[in-house]
Design a protein around this ligand. Sequence first.
Ligand SMILES: [Zn+2]
Length: 235
Amino acid sequence: MIESTENDKIYIGSTSDFKERLKIHFQRLKKGNHPNSNLQEDFNKFDEYTFNSYIIELCDNYLEREQWYINFFKPDYNVNKDIEIKVSDKEIEKFKTKMIKKENGCWTHDGHEKEHYKTIRIGKIKYGAHRLSYFIYNGPFPNYLRVLHKCNNKYCVNPDHLYLGTDSENKIDAVNNGLGCKVNMEIARFIRSIYSKECTSGKIPEVIKTKFGIEISSRNVCSILSNETFYEERE
Ligand SMILES: [Zn+2]
């Protein structure tokens, strides 16, 4: 939890590595590019040292517990945050004209099918095409929620095939969809952060086993590194 002592507003988050996660939060806040715009706004207004951070619970199922705390406390920094998409009618029109409606009911955008998720830049911010589509057809939604696919086609932007969920639902989806990937978003982020010439994708399963005690395949690693799974479109 991050708390502003200036206005008592709180932010709830979950992580397998509190120190590291906190470091990343504050690095982003200092750079001014934290994905949580409410927290960023207050950070810009108040002194860095007026923000406190606490561990409120130690547990294994931290994503579920995070959601529980968010539902319970309705923290100011987490809730009341519609997605910060400022998109003009002209941009919406442009988005719609680039839509390709497939026979199977899925819509893809701009012909991208076999590459990374399509992202669309509006102003300074890149959005996942599916996230943008959800916003255009269903209106604003809380920023901490993910836009997930019912159709298992991650390139699909048909709003009827999209639904809102949490990180843990995304994880369950990945397992249900046969990816068999036991990691969560935190581990996916970790994998991306350590990937380099020194720590090649081949070495990563061993590092993960040592650090988190779980076995993942090099295929899992590759799908994470290529953004096929646990893609982060919010940051
Ligand atoms: Zn679809």
